[in-house]
Ligand binder design. Structure first.
Ligand code: PXL
Length: 283
C-alpha cells in the first residue's frame, strides 16, 4: 500500500479527476472539500456543480439546484477536452439531476471506462436533507449500477437498503445488499457506529470482504469527512491503484484529516483538509 501518490513533474499534466457535487458555502464539505483533497494529493480537479447550498457550521439554510442542462454541460465540456481519469459524485439533490448525470456519463462513453465513485450523500452532518426522497430510487437503480464503488455511511445504508448496522454481521449484510444493487464494489463506512472504539469500514466486491480499521477519533469536528475520503479514493484510482489499495490510501488520508480536525464557527467544526501543511518559521 502506498502512503503517497506520485506527483507530476513541474510543467507536466497531473492526473485529472472530476467531482460532481454541491457547493458548501462554509467551505468544509461538498465540492470545496473535494477540490482541496484533490489539490493536496496532487491531482487536477475539475468540478460539475449540482447544487449551491446556503450553509455555515450551524446547518444548511437552503439550497438551489443547478439546471440539468448545466450539470450535463459541465461534465461534457470537461470530458470532451480536459479529460477525466476518475470521478466522484457527492450531493446530487434530485432525480432529474441524477438522470442527467447517468445519460451524460453514458453519452460521453465514460461508463465502464472511467472509475466512478458514488458517495450517496443524503443529508448534511447537521441532519438537513441534501437529496429529495423522490431521488433515492434513481440513485439506487440508475446510478449505482454504473459505479465502480459506492461509499455510504450508516445513515445512508439505512435509507438505501433498510439495514440498521449495529455490529460486524449487520455490516456484512449491508455490504451484500448494497453490492446486489450493481456497483463493482461497496464500502460500508462504520465511522458513525459510535459504540465502537475503532472506525471500521467494510469493502465488498461480491465475493471477498476487506476491512479497513482506524482508531476512532472522538471529535465533533467531522464535517467533510465522507467527501474527503471519497475524493482521496478518486485521486488514488486516477493513479490506477486497485480499489482495496485506493480505499486503504483514502482511509489513511481522512484519518489524518480527522485527527487534526479543527473547530470553526459556532456549530460543527471541520476535518482538516490541509493536513500536513505547516507554516513553520524555518520554511
Ligand atoms: O458531507 C456531505 C456533504 C456533501 N455536499 C455538500 C454538503 C455536505 C454536508 O454538509 O453540504 C454540499
Amino acid at each position: 500500500m502506498t502512503r503517497v501518490l506520485p506527483l507530476a513533474a513541474p510543467g507536466d499534466t497531473p492526473r485529472r479527476v472530476m467531482t460532481i457535487a454541491g457547493s458548501d458555502s462554509g467551505g468544509s464539505a461538498g465540492l470545496q472539500a473535494d477540490m482541496r483533497a484533490f489539490a493536496m494529493l496532487g491531482v487536477h480537479g475539475s468540478a460539475a456543480v449540482t447544487a449551491v447550498t446556503v450553509q455555515n457550521s450551524l446547518g444548511v439554510r437552503a439550497f438551489y439546484e443547478v439546471p440539468i442542462d448545466i450539470v450535463a454541460g459541465q461534465i461534457s465540456a470537461v470530458a470532451s477536452d480536459i479529460g477525466i481519469e476518475a470521478a466522484k459524485t457527492g450531493m446530487l439533490a434530485s432525480k432529474d439531476i441524477i438522470e442527467a448525470i447517468v445519460t451524460t456519463w453514458r453519452g460521453e462513453k465514460l461508463d465502464g471506462v472511467v472509475p466512478l465513485i458514488v458517495d450517496p450523500v443524503c443529508a448534511s452532518n447537521n441532519g438537513e436533507p441534501l437529496l429529495h426522497v423522490s431521488a433515492l430510487a434513481a440513485l439506487r437503480d440508475d446510478l449505482f449500477p454504473m459505479a465502480t464503488l459506492v461509499t455510504p455511511n450508516l445513515d445512508e445504508v439505512r435509507l438505501l437498503v433498510g439495514i440498521d448496522v449495529v455490529d460486524d454481521a449487520t455490516q456484512r449484510d449491508a455490504a451484500r445488499a448494497l453490492h446486489a444493487l450493481g456497483p463493482r464494489w461497496a464500502l460500508v463506512k462504520g465511522g458513525h457506529l459510535r459504540t465502537s472504539r475503532v472506525s471500521s469500514d467494510l469493502l465488498f466486491d461480491g465475493s471477498e470482504f476487506h476491512q479497513f480499521a482506524a482508531p476512532r477519533v472522538d471529535t465533533r469536528n467531522d464535517h467533510g469527512a465522507g467527501d474527503t475520503l471519497a475524493a482521496a479514493i478518486t485521486a488514488a484510482l486516477a493513479h490506477q491503484l486497485s480499489v482495496p489499495d485506493a480505499v486503504a490510501f483514502g482511509k489513511l488520508w481522512v484519518t489524518e484529516c480527522i485527527r487534526t480536525a479543527y473547530p470553526i464557527g459556532h456549530g460543527l467544526g471541520t476535518v482538516n483538509g490541509i493536513a500536513g501543511l505547516h507554516n513553520e518559521p524555518d520554511l
